[in-house]
Design a protein around this ligand. Structure first.
Ligand code: ADE
Length: 300
């Protein structure tokens, strides 16, 4: 297990309480670990209790001695309104408050727009958009509306569209807009809310979800930084936005993408088209054929 560290000062989040959805793996786990390292009490939430419990146990072992940090797992399907309400209740009951909410939980499967079935479309929208909305609303209702707080929504690099991921790109673009509305409506409640838009970030859990192992390496030539991002680089951006260093930032989106959103679309070039026929989506079609399996794997 890699040692955890942070560029932020030790104890920065002492006695703070955070909820991180999807906090047991990938980017969510990196965020949870850095928050713990900085003294925060963290509730990690997702649907798979076994995985969550294992992650929480492992993370507990990494908490520095004499730290105020603590970690607990709460099973929660963010698409289920009652379960989201229970997540907020459980956090307030156990830790007494909710200072921070990081909406990181999400899921999708690769498919061309033309092939997305309504069930798959609805599942992706419900998880990534509706789930985020429910978590924001219930954090507001159960704690932040009266006491303030900070929210960070994790979205994606969808600024130029997102071939083979159109459903999640649409949902995340909507979350970006939701972030702006919430920042205005909830400013009087001392709530700041921002988004972080990761570029192509390598994590073992993301890699396990892709049928095509080249998915990551195909992106590199179009990333100005000429490398993939690291989960710790997303976590650092989230910690910055949660911290007092960002006290005057709200309704904003921070791109953490090695410059890729200013350049080409990572891993995609516009194919030649001759009439309607000679269009070769070789790689994407390979993915598309697997999309049903992907969907099952991601349990949407
Ligand atoms: N991560 C992916 N999908 C999720 C869901 N429905 N609830 C919580 N975390 C998730």
């Amino acid at each position: 297990m890699a040692a955890i560290s942070s560029v932020f000062r030790s104890g920065l989040f002492s006695n703070k309480v955070a909820i991180v959805t999807g906090g047991g793996s990938g980017i969510g786990r990196a965020i949870s670990q850095e928050l713990l390292f900085l003294g925060c009490k963290v509730v990690i939430a997702s649907r798979n209790l076994d995985k969550l419990q294992k992650a929480a146990q492992e993370m507990k072992l990494q908490i520095p001695k004499k730290s105020t940090a603590d970690v607990r797992e709460v099973k929660c399907n963010i698409r289920n309104e009652d379960e989201v309400k229970s997540l907020m209740d459980a956090t307030v009951q156990h830790y007494g408050k909710i200072d921070y909410l990081v909406n990181n939980g999400g899921g999708q499967f690769p498919s061309l727009l033309a092939d997305i079935k309504l069930k798959g479309w609805n599942a992706v929208i419900e998880t990534n958009l509706t789930g985020t909305f429910l978590c924001c609303r219930e954090a507001y209702q159960k704690w932040m509306g009266e006491h303030g707080g900070v929210i960070v929504n994790i979205i994606v690099d969808m600024w130029k569209g997102f071939p083979v991921m159109g459903h999640t790109a649409a949902a995340r673009a909507a979350v970006e807009n939701l972030t702006k509305t919430a920042s205005l409506e909830w400013a009087p409640n001392h709530i700041r809310i921002n988004s972080v838009a990761p570029g192509t970030i390598y994590s073992d859990s993301a890699a396990a979800n892709y049928a095509d192992p080249e998915t990551f390496s195909r992106a590199i030539p179009n990333v100005p930084a000429k490398r993939l991002g690291k989960v710790e680089e997303i976590s650092a951006a989230v910690c910055f936005l949660l911290s007092p260093a960002a006290a005057y930032i709200t309704g904003e989106t921070l791109k953490v993408d090695g410059g890729s959103s200013l350049h080409g679309f990572p891993g995609f070039s516009v194919p030649d088209h001759e009439g309607f026929k000679a269009y070769d989506w070789e790689t994407d079609i390979k993915e598309r054929k697997k999309s049903e399996t992907e969907m099952e794997k991601s349990k949407l």
